[in-house]
Design a protein around this ligand. Structure first.
Ligand code: TYM
Length: 335
């Protein structure tokens, strides 16, 4: 079977954007049965922007693992791992640091956004971030990478790294990966500003729905979400210039497994005051079982650690031979 791989950073809590853009689709990929699925908490990536306290990082990693499982990723059907427990990721990343060019990295919009005005003060890890991400994927020879829209540029770079490695060594070793960016919610927007992405790092909490929010908080944030005074249009074209309205329709569609047009077929002409009540009910119905399952799983951290330990063992059956072959191609002496 071809392999699918994806990862999420344990840098903070999960948002509705992570759920709809990633987690929910991971479970669908797993259940489709077309790919061997590997999902990763990327703890090495999580310290690139700032160093978390050790307890915070450990706790975030466990909570993220609980989020994967509560969203339907089954550690029996998929390989579920913590990045630093499979050391071949970081080892391959070093090789890729020597394949990728400074110019490529400098053009990444995430690097520009996160380093901001202080590129001199940013960590070297933040700059090299995409080479580690390429290694995450290619250490499994994965071809299928389900992600949200914001990861597109990183996946193009992954293809460039694979192609340059293959070309420089005259081999056909690393596959050219396909990004899979599908569905109504590949870019869930900020609830207070529909032109910005919903993000776990936004300082203002009401801009996002957290996967740990209770029913009241979810309903309140949806009720207070920014909209415009017009009713819902009858066709998706009518949302083109209405980013806040479009975002709520897309969220509804993704939660209900419908096309945005099907949502409009049902709600055309409704005012947002009304539509938000339906959206809040739907969001609570879909998200509450996940957050309660997450807190149930978090009651037994030893079990989570056991799952990740077992995942790492299974992962290394794949990664150790691929790293060995890579070292061989490069000419690293093995004795
Ligand atoms: P991260 O941790 O920022 O986000 C994890 C996943 O959630 C998606 N996502 C969203 N989707 C829709 N709307 C949003 N508002 C939204 N916010 C986040 C992201 O697109 C992503 O799919 N670099 C990656 C982690 C990573 C990775 C990998 C991914 C490391 N190695 C290898 C794929 C393959 C990241 O920072 O994701």
């Amino acid at each position: 079977k071809p392999r699918a791989f994806s990862g999420i950073q344990p840098s903070g809590g999960l948002t509705l954007g992570n759920y709809l853009g990633a987690l929910k689709r991971f479970a669908q990929t797993q259940n489709a049965g077309t790919h061997e699925t590997i999902f990763c908490m990327v703890d090495l990536h999580a310290i690139t922007a700032r160093l978390l306290s050790p307890d915070e990082l450990r706790n975030n990693t466990r909570e993220l693992c609980a989020g994967f499982i509560a969203s339907g990723v089954d550690p029996e059907k998929s390989i579920l791992i913590n990045q630093s427990q499979v050391p071949e990721h970081a080892q391959l990343a070093w090789i890729f640091n020597c394949v990728a060019r400074m110019g490529w990295m400098g053009r990444m919009t995430q690097w520009k956004d996160k380093s901001g005005k202080d590129a001199e003060g940013a960590s070297l890890g933040l700059f090299a971030y995409p080479a580690l991400m390429a290694a995450d994927i290619l250490i499994y020879h994965a071809t299928h990478v389900p992600v949200g829209d914001d990861q597109k540029q990183h996946l193009e770079l992954t293809r460039d790294i694979a192609a340059k490695f293959n070309h420089d060594y005259g081999v056909d070793f690393f596959p050219i990966t396909e990004p899979v960016i599908e569905g109504a919610a590949t870019r869930v927007m900020n609830l207070q500003d529909g032109t910005k992405k919903m993000s776990k790092s936004d300082p203002v909490d009401k801009t996002r729905i957290n996967m740990t929010d209770d029913a009241d908080a979810i309903a309140k944030k949806i009720r207070k979400a920014k909209t415009d005074p017009d009713p819902l249009p009858d066709a998706v074209d009518g949302l083109a210039e209405r980013p806040d309205a479009r975002n709520l329709v897309n969220i509804y569609a993704a939660l209900a497994d419908l096309d945005p047009q099907a949502v409009l077929d049902e709600h055309a002409g409704a005012m947002f005051g009304h539509f938000k009540v339906a959206l809040a009910d739907l969001a609570v119905a879909k998200l509450s079982p996940i957050s309660s399952e997450m807190s149930r799983l978090m009651d037994d951290p030893a079990e989570i650690d056991r799952i990740l330990g077992r995942g790492a063992e299974r992962a290394r059956e794949i990664t150790v031979p691929i790293l060995e072959q890579t070292y061989d191609i490069v000419g690293m002496l093995r004795s």
